[in-house]
Design a protein around this ligand. Structure first.
Ligand code: APR
Length: 241
């Protein structure tokens, strides 16, 4: 019943922009952050994923991200990613704004994807602002605990937005503009706890949520489906024909 209602909402309220979080990738074997088995249940994000931690102890931050990069690169898109790519191909989804750094939406075939928290594809040099591809970084991490910029020798920073950092220039502006011009924002697999991205649904005239468990904006959603993303989105694809 709920997939039928969501399909009708997507059909009626075009354009539809999708906002995804870690919950869209758990069915690919990637843990999320804040559910009971989430990453932050075992480690303090401000010790391993903040700009202050990077400046204080880059080895610890790279040790965390080295493991993350291995897990994310080994993962493959699941039914949720494929369903969203199919909805884009059929013209029902105009863009995906993702908080995820795993590149699974792109790997599933989605084309209009805005990665507001960066991605694991590269690392950035705080010294000369250049970027290094992940393969170069991983090769260095085989023999040293922190990768260095091949141009200026500065310790590289993971190519993701750390706590305490600003979002990539332009990404949030584009995402906000898309939400404001949308007929519907569909949130999939996010607790909506991390601002400013968590505020995106409020920029749209209406938003719906597919999420296992509560989110911070449940009471303001036009529709909330408390269920698994993969199964729900596959049912929406079937319903839209
Ligand atoms: N289907 C639907 N929902 C799911 C599924 C699933 N298969 N698996 C998990 N969820 C739900 C969880 O119950 C949780 O409510 O997805 C939500 C994920 O929320 P978070 O773990 O908080 O992840 P996210 O919202 O993406 O976090 C935002 O926080 O730590 C930072 O930078 C990190 O981008 C991340 C940001």
């Amino acid at each position: 019943m709920s997939a039928v209602a969501l399909a009708a909402l997507i059909r009626e309220r075009q354009p539809c922009v999708v906002l995804t979080g870690a919950g869209v990738s758990t069915e690919s074997g990637i843990p999320d952050f804040r559910s009971d088995a989430g990453i932050w249940a075992d480690v303090d994000p401000f010790e391993v994923a903040s700009i202050q931690a990077f400046r204080r102890d880059p080895r610890r931050v790279w040790s965390f991200y080295r493991d993350r990069i291995d897990v994310l690169r080994a993962a493959v898109p699941n039914a949720a990613h494929h369903s969203l790519a199919e909805l884009e191909r059929r013209g029902f989804v105009s863009a995906i704004v993702t908080q995820n750094i795993d590149t699974l939406h792109t790997r599933a075939g989605s084309r209009n994807v805005i990665e507001v928290h960066g991605s694991i594809c590269s690392a950035q040099c705080p010294g000369c602002l250049s970027t290094e591809p992940a393969d170069t970084v991983l090769a260095q991490l085989e023999v040293r605990s922190t990768p260095l910029c091949t141009r200026c020798g500065t310790v590289l920073k993971p190519g993701v937005v750390l706590f305490g950092e600003l979002l990539p220039l332009g990404a949030m502006d584009r995402a906000t503009d898309l939400a404001r011009r949308a007929g519907l924002v569909l949130v999939v697999g996010s607790s909506l706890e991390v601002w400013p991205v968590a505020g995106l649904p409020l920029e749209a005239p209406q938003f719906a949520i597919v999420n296992r468990g509560p989110t911070a904006l449940d009471d303001r959603a036009v529709l909330k489906i408390d269920a698994a993303a993969g199964h729900t989105l596959a049912a929406v694809v079937d319903e839209l024909g």
